[in-house]
Ligand binder design. Structure first.
Ligand code: NA7
Length: 546
């Protein structure tokens, strides 16, 4: 859709920000219900995070079969995934296919960024400004901006002076020719770095990995999806998805694991002998994917159990990496497994056996500055042709705080969230009527299969908007008490887990000055859904309507 009318406000029922999985389904759902809705999207195409994260090796760490829309039997039956863990180009094609199949593009304004959103309490309209001059007036403003979409750059002196290629993984240029014959540096060894490093190592003459914190990485064991899996999925997907909602299958990688091995995730480690536990860990390691973190019920609640699984991974690193000094640097230390997101890789540790790959321990000797021709570490310049930044994101709240969002009394969301996000069910914010969020703070988001939980949130928001219309309501505002109960619950439930014990982006610790608070709800998707369904049954208890 091209937009030329940047003088008058475009009047809508709903403005949706973001054309990823969440925003596209929201548009479809509202359209189906007869509402006039449009999307604004900063990228020139659909896909959200999957549009931007096109670095070599970018791949989902949730199984493709489970990382797809479930609402449409037609989409399900017309699409077939090629690999167990789909690579970024295939996921982007899938999202594009869904957008075309549902005819969504005509209501999407591409290359347009929201800059400000203000609620007018007299007219009950959201006024949204954009960087293209187009203004919108909408009854509802829905943020489908994605939890990990706002990249952060390291604060190293001289960054702007580097003369070679310098990219963040989430802003990778399209059709980049690669790094053959080059000296390349990578900063960052989280999920993105872990996927990127083996691919760059295959191309570069020399690769320097600037390692600050070694993360736990498990092998994906990716490969073509066998016909038997595809057939079984076609037959059983409805029941598998409902089991996913109950939490007995994570979808991260245990869809077709044998029942006995799968059920260990519901059983405390102490129910098994040491030999049985070792066997479970070995079999899960061999199965591949993030399932190691779910080996036992109490991996994320009991530090001793967590340590045992962590030590198992450290022993595997020692077996794979031939140089003992490198292996030692690559063994994660000082935080519990899973408290920084578990990385899923392919040949990650094996890559450090290549002669062209060097580790620079920047915890010991930080990068002092970037020069036009390289980086300076411990007083010496390491000459580089390219510097690749896998340095992460201002997660969950970043996409909100970069927009000037103001509620009914002109209050700024940035002020309200100064000590961490306050939300009602991760769906709404008190004082910001008719403003909804999908996959955002306070919801299961990054602690769940986001496609699955996004769909549920979309349906909940669409249900609420439909209910308001049927009941003659023009305004829904989360009440302060309900919001503070939910926020307390989000903060309380994490105390029973190890999740907030590390300095990770889960708690905002990667962004200087960001309040330390758990950013997503870790109480499980089943309990989240039950809670929301109880609210719906009670005619949207916790919301005040006008
Ligand atoms: P992450 O997981 O936040 O990883 C960022 C990495 O960058 C991490 O290793 C950081 O080390 C490192 N980093 C950041 N700044 C610096 C500086 N200044 N010097 C050295 N190292 C630095 O981001 P990802 O993109 O990998 O993954 C984010 C999520 O996206 C992922 O979980 C998937 O869900 C998709 P640190 O740990 O801070 O020492």
């Amino acid at each position: 859709m091209t937009t030329s009318d940047n003088t008058a406000e475009r009047r809508l029922d709903a403005l949706i920000v973001g054309a990823g999985f969440a925003g596209l389904y929201m548009l479809h759902k509202l359209r189906e219900a007869g509402f006039k809705a449009e999307i604004i999207e900063t990228a020139p195409d659909v896909g959200g995070a999957w549009y931007w994260n096109r670095y070599p090796g970018a791949r989902c760490d949730v199984e493709s079969l489970a990382y797809s829309y479930s609402f449409s039997p037609e989409l399900d039956s017309e699409w077939s995934w090629s690999e167990r863990y789909a690579a970024q180009p295939e996921i982007r094609r899938y999202i594009s296919f869904a957008a075309d199949r549902l005819d969504l593009r005509r209501d999407i304004h591409f290359e347009m960024r929201a800059t400000a959103a203000n609620f007018d309490k007299l007219t009950n309209l959201w006024h949204v400004d954009t960087d293209r001059g187009t203004r919108f007036a909408a009854r509802f403003c829905i943020m489908a901006t994605g939890p990990i979409t706002c990249p952060t750059l390291p604060d190293i002196p001289g960054m702007g002076t580097f003369a070679g290629d310098i990219f963040h993984t989430a802003r990778w240029p399209e059709d980049h020719p690669g790094f053959a014959g080059q000296r390349v540096g990578v900063i960052g060894t989280g999920s993105s770095g872990v996927q990127l490093i083996p691919k760059v190592a295959e191309q570069a003459e020399r690769l320097f990995v600037f390692l600050r914190t070694a993360n736990f990485t498990v092998p994906a064991r990716n490969g073509p999806l066998p016909d038997t899996d595809l057939a079984r999925w076609a037959e059983e997907r409805t029941s598998i998805r409902s089991v996913m909602w109950q939490g007995a299958v994570s979808g991260a990688g245990d869809l077709f694991m044998d029942l006995g091995l799968r059920m260990t995730r519901m059983t405390p480690a102490a129910s098994f002998t040491l030999e049985q536990r070792r066997d479970i860990l070995d079999r899960r390691w061999d199965w591949g994917g993030a399932v190691l973190q779910g080996s036992f019920k109490d991996v994320m609640t009991n530090r001793a159990v967590n340590d045992e699984v962590a030590e198992f991974i450290r022993s595997k690193i020692g077996e794979i990496v031939r140089d003992p000094a490198k292996a030692e640097l690559l063994k994660p230390k000082g935080f519990a497994l899973g408290t920084k997101r578990l990385c899923v890789g392919t040949d990650y540790y094996e890559t450090y056996n290549r002669e062209n790959v060097e580790i620079v321990d920047v915890k010991l000797t930080p990068i002092q500055r970037v020069t036009p021709s390289g980086v300076v570490v411990a007083g010496e310049e390491i000459p580089l042709d390219a510097l690749l930044l896998a340095t992460g994101f201002d997660a969950l709240t970043g996409a909100f705080t970069q927009i000037d969002i103001r509620g009914a009394d002109g209050q700024a969301l940035n002020d309200l969230w100064r000590d961490g996000p306050h939300t009602y069910l991760g769906l709404a914010i008190a004082g910001f009527p008719n403003f909804f969020m999908i996959g955002g703070p306070g919801s299961p988001s990054v602690f769940s299969n986001v496609v699955l939980t996004n769909e549920f949130q979309v349906e909940t928001i669409a249900g609420l908007i439909g209910w308001m219309d049927r009941n003659g309501c023009v305004r829904a505002d989360a009440n302060c008490e309900a919001q503070s109960d939910w926020t307390d619950h989000v903060n309380e439930v994490v105390k029973y887990s190890l999740l907030s014990t590390a300095d990770s982006w889960y708690v905002g610790a990667n962004i200087p000055g960001k309040a330390r608070a758990i950013l997503a709800y870790c109480g499980g998707i089943a309990s989240y859904r039950n809670r929301c369904e109880a609210v719906i049954r009670a005619e949207y208890a916790g919301f005040d309507f006008a």
